[in-house]
Design a protein around this ligand. Structure first.
Ligand code: PXG
Length: 288
C-alpha cells in the first residue's frame, strides 16, 4: 500500500507521523471517510467540502486547496490500483510543542490512506440489526460540536464500547435534552406512514453525506422528508428504522432496546432505499 503524506508517497512501514503531532497529542485535527465504487470516488466533492467546514470550525487552514485535495485522493487511489474501497483522509494540526496551544504548530499534515473497508456481515442487511440506546450522552453542540468530524472521537468510541458490551453493533446516542441524535458512526432514520424522518443537526448529529443522499432518494420516491427532533418513543413506534453511513450504506434496524420495529424485518421503504443507493453508487462519482 502507498500512503500519501504531505505530497509524498510512503510504504505502509514508512508511513509515519511525529509523536509531537497535535493530532496524536490532543486529537487536534479533522478527517473524512470516503468510499470508492467501480473505479469512482463517491461524493468526493461533498466530502472535501465537509472537511473544509470541519477545518474552518477549528480554525485550521487546510495546507492544500480543495481541488488539490480532490486530485490527491484520486491519485492515491490510482497509485494503489483501488477501484472499490475505503479512503481515509486526515488533516492533523501538525508538529508542535507539548503544550496544547495550536499556534506552535507550523503546518498541518495531510494523510490519505486508500484501503479496504470492513463491512457489516451481509446477514445484517438481509435480516436487519438490533441496536440499543447507551448512557453516554452526545457531546454538546456548544462544546466539541459533533458536526465537526474531528480526530476527537472518544464520545463515539465510549458509546461503541457500550454497544459492544451489550452485544450489538451500534448504539443510539441521545443528546443532553434526551432527543435522539445519531449512532456512533451512522445517522439514524425512521419511516412513519409516508414520512421519512431524521434528527436535525442541532440534535448533535453529523451532517452525513449518506444521510443527504438518502433524503434525496426518499423524496424522489415520494416520501415526505423532514428533519425533526425525535425521542426513543418515536423510534420504538416507527414503521421502519435504518442507519446510514459511508461504511454501512443503508442498514435496516429491526430491534431497538428490545422493542421490535414494525414487523421486525427490513421494511419495504428501507429495501427500496437500499436498492436506490446501490444503483446510485454504480453510476456516480469522480472517475479514478
Ligand atoms: N455519524 C458519525 C458520528 C460518523 O462518524 C456518520 C454519521 C455518517 O456520515 P457519512 O458522511 O459517512 O454518511 C459518520 C461517518 C468507520 C467509518 O470507520 C465511520 C464513518 C464513515 C466511514 C467509516 O467506522 N462515519
Amino acid at each position: 500500500m502507498k500512503i500519501f503524506i504531505d505530497g509524498k508517497y510512503y510504504s505502509e512501514q514508512n508511513a509515519k507521523i511525529s509523536v509531537f503531532d497535535h493530532g496524536l497529542l490532543y486529537g487536534d485535527g479533522v478527517f473524512e471517510g470516503i468510499r470508492a465504487y467501480h473505479g469512482r470516488v463517491f461524493k468526493l466533492k461533498e466530502h472535501i467540502e465537509r472537511l473544509s467546514h470541519s477545518a474552518k470550525a477549528i480554525l485550521l487552514d487546510l495546507p492544500m486547496k480543495r481541488d488539490a485535495i480532490c486530485k490527491a485522493v484520486l491519485d492515491t487511489c490510482r497509485k494503489n490500483d483501488l477501484r472499490d474501497g475505503y479512503i481515509r483522509l486526515v488533516v492533523t494540526r501538525g508538529v508542535g510543542t507539548l503544550g496544547l496551544n495550536p499556534n506552535r504548530c507550523k503546518r498541518p499534515s495531510v494523510i490519505i490512506i486508500a484501503g479496504k473497508i470492513q463491512l457489516y456481515p451481509e446477514e445484517m442487511y438481509r435480516k436487519g440489526m438490533a441496536i440499543v440506546t447507551v448512557a453516554t450522552t452526545r457531546n454538546l453542540v456548544n462544546a466539541v460540536n459533533p458536526a465537526i468530524k474531528s480526530l476527537n472521537y472518544l464520545n463515539n468510541i465510549l458509546a461503541k464500547i457500550e454497544a459492544n458490551i451489550a452485544g450489538v453493533e451500534e448504539a443510539i446516542m441521545l443528546n443532553q435534552e434526551g432527543f435522539v441524535s445519531e449512532c456512533t458512526g451512522d445517522n439514524i432514520f425512521i419511516v412513519r406512514g409516508n414520512q421519512l424522518l431524521t434528527p436535525p443537526l442541532s440534535s448533535g448529529a453529523l451532517y452525513g453525506i449518506t444521510r443527504g443522499v438518502v433524503m434525496e432518494l426518499g423524496a424522489k420516491r415520494g416520501l415526505e422528508v423532514a428533519e425533526v427532533n425525535m425521542t426513543r418513543y418515536d423510534v420504538y413506534n416507527a414503521d421502519e428504522c435504518f442507519l446510514t453511513g459511508t461504511g454501512a450504506e443503508v442498514v435496516p434496524v429491526v430491534i431497538v432496546d428490545g422493542r421490535k420495529i414494525g414487523a421486525a424485518k427490513p421494511g419495504r421503504w428501507t429495501r427500496r432505499l437500499i436498492a436506490d443507493y446501490h444503483a446510485l453508487t454504480k453510476v456516480s462519482g469522480e472517475p479514478i
